[in-house]
Design a protein around this ligand. Sequence first.
Ligand SMILES: [Zn+2]
Ligand SMILES: [Zn+2]
Length: 148
Amino acid sequence: MDMTFYSAELLKQELNDRGYRLTPQRQKILDIFQAQPQGEHLSAEFLHQDLSQEGEHISLSTVYRTLHLMVNMGLLRELELAEGHKHYELNRPLREHHHHLVCVHCNKTLEFSDTQIDQVGEKQANAAGYYVLDCQLTLYGTCPECDR
Ligand SMILES: [Zn+2]
Ligand SMILES: [Zn+2]
């Protein structure tokens, strides 16, 4: 299955087929993510603020719920930063999956790609009969700035 997330029509079709609806609210959130440069990871709080500034008044708990749903839809991926802070980014299935290196002191997050990790994940999932939506490895450590 090949999902092209950059065409709104294809995306809607794909989601409908899977029993999901891309409501205007979800579309709005998706637009914000698509406007971010690669490597940006957004928190629910940031998104909530951004939506308010654009005149979309959605409660923070609705933002949390919508983000969670969009992760389940395969549109977003959830990243567990240090100290339980969840951040979100676009899931880009057409690109290689990328992984994260997180500094536990300053939360600086680097992205890296490694097809070997993806292959190991795919192998495990396929053996269990799963369809893979996402594969991510998060490494926690201390960045060079914090290690001084
Ligand atoms: Zn990332
Ligand atoms: Zn650091």
